[in-house]
Design a protein around this ligand. Sequence first.
Ligand code: UDX
Ligand code: ADP
Length: 457
Amino acid sequence: MEFEKRILCIGAGYVGGPTMAVIADKCPQYRVELVDINEERIRRWNSEDLPIYEPGLDEIVRRARGRNLFFTTEVATAIEHSDIIFVSVNTPTKAFGQGAGQAADLQYWEKTAYQILKHSHSDKIVVEKSTLPVRTAEAMQRILHSRGTSPRFDVLSNPEFLAEGTAVENLLQPDRVLVGCMNTESGHKACDQLEAIYANWVDRSRIIRTNIWSAELSKLVANAFLAQRISAINSISALCEKTEADVDEVAHSIGLDSRIGKKFLKAGIGFGGSCFKKDILNLVYICRQHGLDEVADFWERVVEINEYQQSRFVANMISEMFNTIAGKSILVLGFAFKADTGDTRESPAAQVCRRLLEEHAQLRLCDPKALENARKELIGVQGVSFHEDPYEAAENVHAVALLTDWQCYRELDYAKVFDRMEKPAFLFDGRNLLDHRRLFEIGFNVYPVGKSPLRQL
Ligand code: UDX
Ligand code: ADP
């Protein structure tokens, strides 16, 4: 069958994988290919055991794979045969040299630009999907045209707003699709082509066109605003603990104000994931580069409050458990950075675990989807064991620390957990997920975030 368009995505990760799977599923008239340098990842995309867990993704991949969705490691051929190339490679925080710890590491992204240039023999539209510093498209355009104007490349910015765990849902029903282009005739024509892809299933009113710099910046700002809300409510949780106010009640009350809104006001051990911290630090770095130190300081505080929230949580565990947790066993419920994902990047749970291990606690770790990543992250670390069954892991532990908001942990039989534990039994709910009154009645000493503790006499 002759396909209408040949779409390629470079980088088959958490963003590229689900996005292309949905495009392929919704647009059987296009050929969609994903390429990655990681052979193991591609092998798994071609197997029954996909490299990432996302509700609903298996079904979509199974439907489209081999029909119009393909996974490969052959970068050169894939580039040569494509009309539209999405770039979805990783842009982690730079770990070395200038900007270390804040700036985006653009080495993967730059290599990709040179690869596109090397293997292109026809005009292409290149779409930035990875989150990038504002004005990166300019550098992309310059690299791509460094050998002249033929073939021609049009660079667009099309940031992805999907959240892990709801990636498929977010892709199928996005709040908006943002497309940024250069203000030239060919830039707008390229935009038309990209918008036409999404228009196969997204209402045109939700597809917005901006200038390319606004699109790049909007992605950083959206993540910074979301993270800022979490730090704002977490800062208030500390005050609630001192004043007998209840942070969930405060969040509910203020969230009913339609100007504030209800979402992203859940207090806990802070935000994690591959985007929030990285994007804020990137924003901070860009502000400083432009001499906007006050603006940079403002956003930097969002990350500092996040770290403060984790330190507070651990300090509280230590002080409530008689100022020592050395040698004590703790059942850890959850290691993923949030529910419904196996992803552990920048997980607050991981951060809390590391601090507990520094105090020489013995951790028994459970997570329904993230144990594989937890094992990789904690390889060679002493004092931690991994468990499928939370009841078995609860045997003789001194405390339970709930660190990820998995629904399955709300449904545990906590009386059964309590029976197996050492006494006094402590429970620290880092996500305010559980029924605290009921746990107290079972016999636990209960410590939520931003609420009064329930201590047994
Ligand atoms: C985020 C953005 O939501 C998404 O639009 C962007 O494309 C990528 O970054 P993601 O990191 O997958 O998505 O997860 P998100 O649901 O935003 O949660 C991030 C973190 O914040 C998690 O650790 C979560 O537990 C925490 N969180 C979220 C809170 O602590 N409280 C809240 O109220 C909401
Ligand atoms: P994200 O969450 O942004 O999707 P991931 O780390 O999950 O980030 O995915 C990025 C993917 O990009 C990785 O699988 C990585 O192997 C891939 N990648 C990085 N550089 C290249 C490259 N030059 N060519 C192909 N794939 C690449």
